[in-house]
Design a binder for this molecule. Structure first.
Ligand code: GLN
Length: 190
């Protein structure tokens, strides 16, 4: 299985390690040609404005959009913002594919980053330790979007829409490989 990781900025190396540990072949994506032959793609966390700017510079917006229209694609944190159709009043380049509204930096500044154990039944019975770093939140999951995880107060932090997956937190920053295994299963089922 060939899985790409968008490697423009942010936490892409951590994703690569997880994918390799699970036996996937990993390709770093920096140019449109890197997408060729991939079975799936991860868009990592980082800074969505920077990822967007670099994606425009490298001519990646349309190729990424085309890829993610049909192929399994998972956005974590900044990647979730990049996949969303609606990011409120913010104006920045995004792919705009998932029927979710996302609020950037919903928990405040860097110092308001936190970790919490989340119940995510689709990923496994044991709660998933989730790391939130200047994370977004899904303020609206529209028709066709499945909610995978919510905080205790009901705020939505993980969603799936067919072949698209988005998490507000960073599964690549813990020892738990279950979320990456879940994504590889999505790819295998496609
Ligand atoms: N706050 C960042 C943004 O708006 C996302 C942070 C992250 O990816 N850890 O893009």
């Amino acid at each position: 299985m060939n899985v790409g990781v968008l490697a423009l900025q942010g936490a892409f190396i951590e994703h690569e390690k997880k994918l390799r540990a699970l036996g996937a072949e990993v390709v770093e994506v920096r140019l449109p040609a890197d997408l060729y032959g991939l079975d799936g793609l991860i868009i990592p966390g980082g800074e969505s404005t920077t990822i967007g700017k670099l994606a425009v510079q490298f001519g990646l917006i349309e190729p990424l959009r085309e890829f993610a229209r049909t192929k399994p694609t998972w956005g974590t944190c900044a990647g979730m913002i990049f996949l969303a159709k609606d990011i409120g009043i913010d104006r920045q380049p995004i792919l705009g594919l998932m029927d979710i509204q996302v609020n950037r930096n919903a928990f405040g500044r860097q110092v308001d980053s936190f970790e919490v154990d989340l119940a995510i039944p689709d990923v496994g019975e044991v709660p998933f330790h989730a790391v939130f770093i200047r994370a977004p939140v899904v303020t609206e999951a529209r028709k066709g979007v499945q909610v995978l995880a919510q905080l205790e107060d009901g705020r939505i932090v993980a969603v799936r829409q067919e072949h698209l997956l988005a998490t507000a937190f960073h599964p690549e920053l813990t020892d738990d490989v279950r979320f990456h295994a879940y994504f590889l299963k999505m790819i295998a089922g496609k």
